[in-house]
Design a binder for this molecule. Structure first.
Ligand SMILES: Nc1ncnc2c1ncn2[C@@H]1O[C@H](COP(=O)(O)OP(=O)(O)OP(=O)(O)O)[C@@H](O)[C@H]1O
Ligand SMILES: [Mg+2]
Length: 146
């Protein structure tokens, strides 16, 4: 089963980040799947603000990852769109990130074998003009939203 939430306005995405931020701590992993422009980076910008990060968060598409150490916990923001081999993930230091901070991953498919079971999976998308996010599976969701 999938929990689906419509994101009609940017404020809806900000509200989603506000809801999720307090659930996260060191070792938490959030994957953000979904097509180009579906709102993954926008979500991370909002999430960062709720984690106390005052620095501007911008897309890590070209640099693969960015790290922020000025908030409540370290935040690692990855975009794996350009990664073709799992070895490159290890070179990036993914395993250390997963242990030491909150790790948020756009285009996460290549990393899935390294991610913990308790990864919160958000899938952003469009249904016609309707923006939405789906969160699955529902049994995992219950651990986060009891
Ligand atoms: N409800 C909404 N939620 C999120 N973003 C929205 C919403 N409405 C409009 N937008 C706009 O849509 C764009 C989403 O772009 P964003 O960079 O977050 O996409 P992305 O999923 O990270 O894409 P990419 O795969 O290229 O990294 C932003 O310019 C944002 O301002
Ligand atoms: Mg992005």
């Amino acid at each position: 089963m999938t929990k689906r939430i419509n994101l009609d306005t940017k404020q809806d995405t900000i509200d989603l980040a506000h809801f999720i931020a307090p659930l996260l701590g060191p070792g938490s992993v959030v994957t953000l799947a979904g097509e180009l422009g579906s709102g993954k980076t926008f979500f991370v910008k909002a999430l960062g603000a709720f984690l106390g990060i005052q620095e501007e968060i911008d897309s890590p598409s070209f640099v693969l990852f960015k790290e922020y150490h000025c908030g409540r916990y370290p935040l690692y923001h990855l975009d794996l769109y350009r990664i073709k081999h799992e070895d490159e993930l290890l070179d990036l230091g993914l395993l250390d990130m997963l242990e030491s901070g909150i790790t948020v991953i756009e285009w996460p498919e290549i990393a899935k074998d390294f991610l913990p079971y308790r990864t919160l999976e958000l899938n952003f998308g469009f249904d016609g003009d309707q923006r939405y996010v789906s969160i699955e599976p529902e049994d995992k969701l219950r651990e986060f939203f009891p």
